[in-house]
Design a protein. Structure first.
Length: 593
């Protein structure tokens, strides 16, 4: 199923979706009018009582894109620059915008007999932007979206645009004009074609006013003389449906959105039972972050249901048919990743499959990433792995495209992006932080991309895969580092890892001869203090050298990217082996006499 068709179907299942011709908008204030057009009370603040004073979401006559110097106004609602002629922004021409709002509504409402709509006409005829300051309305109201109501309807929360006469009038206004008809690419029905599709909002990094997935605004994008929406005929109803669903999913607290790098990722399930679909969506969200520790990368609302027990079973490798049999079959799942691209949106990837298949692929990803010793917090969320690819481990520094390509590979069970290997190796050389997450990524790449099924999970002293140069050299580097620390204690300003990790992992011949000479001096000092420890360390060096291919140069001039990944893996395994202790707390190497 196409992206737009699956989104249009999702609209039909939204429990509180606005009807065709309406859209959910952020409304800050309400102006209540008497039937004679006078203001009944000070503006009513509709915003929530949170720290950010978040505006309330209200279904209003649909908004639209407003290009040009003097854009059109919305029907029966707008921001204060249009509806009241006041603004806190010097860049906005409030006077001309208020004039547009007045002319549009006075013309549209001229024949109305509805008391509420007549009250608005009188208000617009008598209102002056100067009155805003004269009657002391709050500054924080400026540039907020506002709606109107009759004072008699205020207690019942019936807004002006909710009155039957207003809805009927808006329906007629929306249908006016010569609109070409064609076969809709989504529904297959013969219907009026949407010239411009509604804006998509809340995509991270995109324009705050919204952007488009489907748009044609230059001759180069046109075909056979068609203009704008006629190039890809989508009916107004279908365009409204898919954009409404997508905008709902992109809302911060929707429970259908995660942020993966620079990609805003939305997901939804299609099942015969709404509860079943919601359960699948909550489990999927927890795949990427079950801790809620990073509010910038995963939105609130995802933890609406307790899925911890099922998640633990899935991460332990139990098949979905055992964990949640009702989700193993009959649940179609969709994932769409969007990235900003000026006034348009770039589709990073679109993925659809059965939820059971997606879960199995996620479990394969976990198997690829398994490493000993594991990360401190068990199974890290994907955003924590992504942070390891970024400068200073900041989300905004994650390389473009990498996050989306990696997530697509995880969902589809395909090869990981090769740029991931180069990125992790670069970060290791740059900051020398050889941690569990980075080593796990290297191991996963070796298994899936290089078909190295024998890549060790834990320390494997006799590992000989592919000549084992990289793995054993990484172990040897860790031993030389331990020799240095045992000889000099914790007062070393810069260890050999700080100075030589990058060159040792890429060009061993330049470094290991120097390290070997330095270790001889350090071993001599260790022998004076603890002869047994010196013997054990010398034996360990000898065992590692003996595990290498005797017919090959032990210190080659250069290592391939694959061997550099094995170098990091060997270093991590050997270094952490030194931290293991016996029951009495004595280091292992001191007991191995």
């Amino acid at each position: 199923m196409s992206i737009l068709a699956s989104l249009a179907n999702a609209y039909q299942r939204l429990p509180d979706a606005p009807p065709f011709g309406f859209s959910s908008e952020k409304i800050g204030f309400l102006i209540s009018l008497n039937e004679d057009g006078t203001v009944a009370c000070p503006p009513v603040d509709l915003r929530q009582n949170d720290k950010k004073r978040t505006p309330r979401t209200v279904a209003v006559p649909a908004s639209f894109k407003r290009p040009g110097i003097t854009p059109r106004s919305f029907f029966l609602w707008d921001n204060t620059a249009y509806a009241l002629g006041v603004t806190g922004s010097e860049s906005k021409d409030a006077a001309s915008r208020y004039k547009v709002f007045c002319e549009y509504h006075l013309e549209a409402l001229r024949d109305t007999t509805d008391p509420g709509l007549k009250a608005l006409i009188i208000f617009l005829k008598t209102w002056s932007p100067r009155r805003f300051d004269e009657i002391g309305w709050p500054e924080e109201m400026k540039d907020q979206n506002i709606i109107f109501c009759l004072e008699a309807d205020r207690r019942a929360n019936i807004w002006l645009h909710d009155r039957p006469a207003a809805k009927a009038l808006w329906s007629r206004l929306s249908a006016e004009g010569n609109k070409p008809e064609a076969i809709c690419l989504i529904s297959g029905e013969h219907a009026p074609v949407a010239r411009l599709h509604p804006a998509i909002k809340n995509v991270w990094g995109a324009q705050s006013s919204g952007a488009s997935i489907v748009s044609f605004n230059l001759d180069a994008f046109s075909s056979y003389g068609h203009e704008q929406g006629d190039n890809a005929p989508v009916s107004e109803a279908a365009a409204f449906a898919y954009t409404t669903a997508l905008n709902r999913f992109l809302e911060k607290d929707s429970g259908h959105r995660i942020q993966i790098g620079d990609a805003s990722v939305v997901f939804w399930a299609d099942a015969s039972d709404a509860n079943k679909a919601a359960k699948a969506e909550n489990i999927f969200a927890s795949f990427w972050d079950d801790s809620g520790e990073d509010p910038l990368d995963i939105d609130e609302g995802i933890q609406a249901q307790n899925v911890g027990a099922r998640l633990k079973q899935i991460r332990n490798g139990e098949p979905l048919s055992d964990v949640a049999p009702d989700l193993a079959e009959g649940v179609r799942f969709y994932v769409l990743a969007l990235a900003p691209n000026a006034a348009r949106l770039s589709i990073r990837f679109y993925f659809e499959d059965d939820f059971g298949t997606i879960t199995a692929n996620y479990q394969r990803f976990l198997s690829d990433m398994r490493i000993e010793p594991p990360p401190r917090d068990g199974q890290p969320a994907l955003w924590k792995y992504l942070a390891e690819t970024a400068v200073l481990k900041k989300r905004e520094n994650v390389p473009p495209n990498l996050a989306g390509e990696w997530m697509r590979a995880i969902l589809g069970g395909t090869r990981y992006p090769q740029t991931l290997l180069a990125t992790v190796l670069m970060r290791l050389r740059a900051d020398k932080d050889v941690n569990a997450q980075r080593v796990a990524i290297l191991k996963a790449l070796l298994i899936r991309n290089n078909n190295r099924k024998d890549t060790p999970v834990a320390l494997t002293p006799d590992y000989s895969g592919g000549g084992c140069k990289g793995y054993q050299l990484g172990r040897l580097f860790a031993v030389y580092e331990r020799i240095q620390s045992d000889a000099l204690g914790g007062k070393v300003n810069a260890t050999i890892k700080d100075k030589f990790y990058g060159s040792a992992s890429a060009q061993p011949r330049k470094v290991f001869g120097l390290l070997e000479k330095g270790s001889a001096n350090h071993l001599s000092k260790i022998g004076k203090q603890s002869p047994g420890r010196k013997v054990n360390l010398e034996k360990l060096v000898g065992e590692i050298m003996g595990a290498m291919d005797p017919s090959a140069d032990p210190f080659p001039s250069a290592l391939s990217a694959e061997d550099q990944a094995l170098f990091g893996l060997g270093y991590y395994h050997q270094r952490n082996e030194f931290f293991k202790s016996t029951k009495n707390g004595t280091p292992v190497e001191e007991t191995a006499q």
